[in-house]
Write a protein that binds this ligand. Structure first.
Ligand code: ZN
Length: 282
């Protein structure tokens, strides 16, 4: 099942994608797709709905963040072998974890707005993991039971703020618009193996990142289990699970986003994103 939220920012309605790929409004049945709707029994109730009987939504509608009221947005660093190499870093012995502000969350096709004067804004295609049930100290073997589903994500990163402004990567990861996720929350039953998803990111039509979640150092199950050892994961929380090689910082010479650039991202089963890049104040 593919769930989404559509409409103007702050006024989205819940929706689902039918078998023909059309958007069907769930507004008459569900107040909004908040964390409480990610529980297995609620998702099962949604899956039982005959979407063909629900109103069609104009396909040109804006698509928002697929889950309302997300409380925690967590990033994993250097989780692909090639990206760790291009960053000049040793392979991590344990996952490297950082946070992104929830205010950075944005719709999949909303523009990326670089902070004023930014010369080092960068792209990172990632698999987003959406938590369905509270996970506290869960074992790797049972971790996937706490996952409601997956979404495509771009962990947009301002490298100067991330690396040269005295610590804590969240400085470079948290600007408004730096967390496009979606278009859909794809429930876990549609993604039987989260470690077999091909992905690709292009900049102005030129392929920059192309990889597969099979190259992850720490698997989805390992990441959920690991993070849950030191913090409680809540329904709706999103973990972006690291990016493969091909980010701008790793190119020789490095290449960063410029006003007018267009990013296009896609991942098996999770849809596509298109983002136009602008700079604040321009
Ligand atoms: Zn990242």
């Amino acid at each position: 099942m593919k769930l989404c939220r559509v409409g103007a920012p702050g006024a989205e309605i819940p929706a689902a994608i039918d078998a023909q790929g059309a958007i069907r409004s769930l507004a008459a049945l569900v107040p909004d797709l908040g964390p409480e709707w990610l529980a297995p029994e609620r998702l099962a109730a949604l899956a039982a709905i005959d979407l063909a009987r629900l109103p069609l939504v104009d396909p040109s509608v804006r698509i928002g963040v697929p889950v309302a009221g997300i409380r925690q947005f967590i990033g994993i660093a250097l989780n692909y072998r090639k990206h760790a190499e291009e960053s000049g870093q040793p392979l991590p012995s344990e996952p490297i974890v950082f946070t992104k502000a929830i205010t950075s969350l944005s719709g999949p096709n909303d523009g990326i707005v670089m902070p004023p004067g930014s010369e080092h804004s960068d792209w990172e295609i990632e698999l987003g993991i959406v938590i369905g049930t509270t996970a506290r100290s869960v074992a790797r073997e049972s971790a996937l039971r706490h996952v409601a589903g997956y979404c495509l994500a771009n962990d947009v990163s301002e490298r100067h703020w991330q690396n040269f402004r005295n610590g804590q990567w969240n400085k470079g990861k948290s600007f408004d618009s730096f967390g496009p996720i979606g278009p859909w929350l794809v429930t876990a039953d549609e993604i039987p193996d989260p470690q077999a998803l091909a992905m690709e990111l292009s900049l102005n039509g030129e392929r920059m990142q192309a990889s597969n979640t099979s190259d992850m150092i720490f698997s989805v199950a390992e990441l959920v289990s690991y993070v849950s050892q030191f913090m409680t994961l809540l329904p709706g929380d999103v973990i972006v699970s690291g990016t493969p090689g091909g980010v701008g910082m790793g190119l020789k010479p490095p290449r960063y986003l410029r006003q007018g650039d267009v990013l296009r991202l896609s991942m098996d089963g999770l849809g596509t994103q298109t983002q136009h890049v602008t700079m604040a104040g321009r």
